[in-house]
Design a protein around this ligand. Structure first.
Ligand code: GUN
Length: 351
């Protein structure tokens, strides 16, 4: 491995401990406890997980969080009324509307309604607009791209004149990351699904931020030697593991020693099979002995692993610095949110 690891966990821990100190100082000096309102609409499992993690992190640094959950059948006016209430709630210094919202909720209207002083996610059009404009400074910057910039800064990246390539142009990550790089005088290229010869464009990058949601898309030969590579992707990858396993036939109580076998050569179609090591009988997934818990069996042989948008094993051999997944950008998103919420409460105290 040639690349140095950019350790998001320890950099995020440092940000969090700075926030913890700031929170207690604010309370001592002004009697203010920073408050974050989270708004979760619908039942997106990933969003529920993220919001839970954000609220837990708030508790750990002394920020009070107020969780608001609306069902997937909530109407636009219910969401709007909630935001209006939070805008005038003196205990709330930051409002976080977890995205994506359900399809029938107008995201643009909701984000534009959040008071810019409480827009700790930085998605209000005024904050995003100022981020893109020369000579203007937003009150808040979106947490994930801001976290990426901090990781780059802390690992010694130089921005002025560097070739920076951003893969992806989402409102949440790619676009604001691009604007931040431009603000730091990098020479910027933003790539998307229409970009021609992506590997060649990436090879020009001194700084590469990958935020496309495609597992392990960025390969080793896309990388300029010594580049800084920031991997924002969090993708599930099912990997099979081939070690022998014991499993139970629920109806007969027999146990089998099974191992994973690729049966695709026999049938053409890609299939996975299980072989009873004692009898030698081979079973495809669709023709197991009666009573076997197919799902349980499949789980025995397939493990879910988190991977980024970057093929870490290949890219680490070429890059100069690289973030791992997990443990890179992920922890920074929450740390920046805490930091923004504290700053919002401090601004109120200074008024
Ligand atoms: N969904 C995915 N990332 C984010 C984020 O940073 N903030 C919000 N509000 N929603 C998200």
């Amino acid at each position: 491995m040639t690349a140095r690891l950019i350790d998001g966990i320890s950099i995020a821990a440092r940000v969090r401990s700075e926030v913890t100190v700031g929170v207690s100082k604010l309370l001592k000096d002004s009697g203010i406890t920073p408050g974050l309102a989270t708004v979760l609409v619908g039942d997106n499992v990933a969003s529920e997980t993220y919001v839970r993690a954000k609220r837990k992190a708030c508790a750990e640094v002394g920020i009070e969080s107020f969780g608001h959950v609306l069902s997937s059948s909530a109407t636009q006016s219910e969401v709007v009324d909630l935001i209006r209430d939070l805008n005038v709630d003196s205990q709330v210094h930051g409002i976080l509307v977890q995205l994506p919202l359900p399809d029938d909720i107008n995201e643009e209207e909701v984000l534009a309604l959040i008071s810019i002083e409480k827009d700790v996610d930085g998605f209000h059009p005024v904050n995003i607009g100022k981020l893109g404009m020369k000579g203007r400074e937003p009150l808040f910057v979106p947490c994930t791209p801001d976290g990426c910039m901090r990781l780059l800064q802390e690992s010694g990246a130089e921005f002025p004149g560097a070739n920076a390539v951003v893969l992806g142009r989402s409102n949440i990550v790619g676009l604001p990351a691009a604007m931040l790089l431009l603000k730091r005088n990098a020479t910027l290229t933003v790539c998307h699904s229409g970009t021609r010869d992506l590997p060649e464009v990436c090879r020009q990058a001194d700084i590469l931020i990958a935020a496309v949601g495609r597992p392990e898309m960025v390969k080793g030969d896309w990388i300029k030697p010594g580049a800084f590579v920031i991997d924002v992707g969090i993708n599930n990858k099912w990997v099979s593991h081939t070690a022998d396993r014991e499993f139970l036939c629920v109806s007969s109580g027999e146990t089998f020693i099974a191992h994973h076998q690729d049966l695709s050569e026999n049938g053409g179609r890609k299939r996975v099979g299980y072989i009873d090591k004692d009898s030698g009988d081979v079973y495809s997934r669709d023709h197991l002995p009666e009573g076997i818990d197919v799902e349980g069996l499949v789980k025995l042989f397939r493990k879910n692993r988190l991977v980024g948008d970057v093929d870490f094993d290949e890219v680490k051999e070429v890059a100069g610095h690289i973030t791992p997944v997990p443990g890179g950008v992920g922890p920074m998103t929450i740390a920046q949110l805490l930091s923004n919420t504290l700053r919002s409460a401090q601004a109120l105290a200074d008024k």
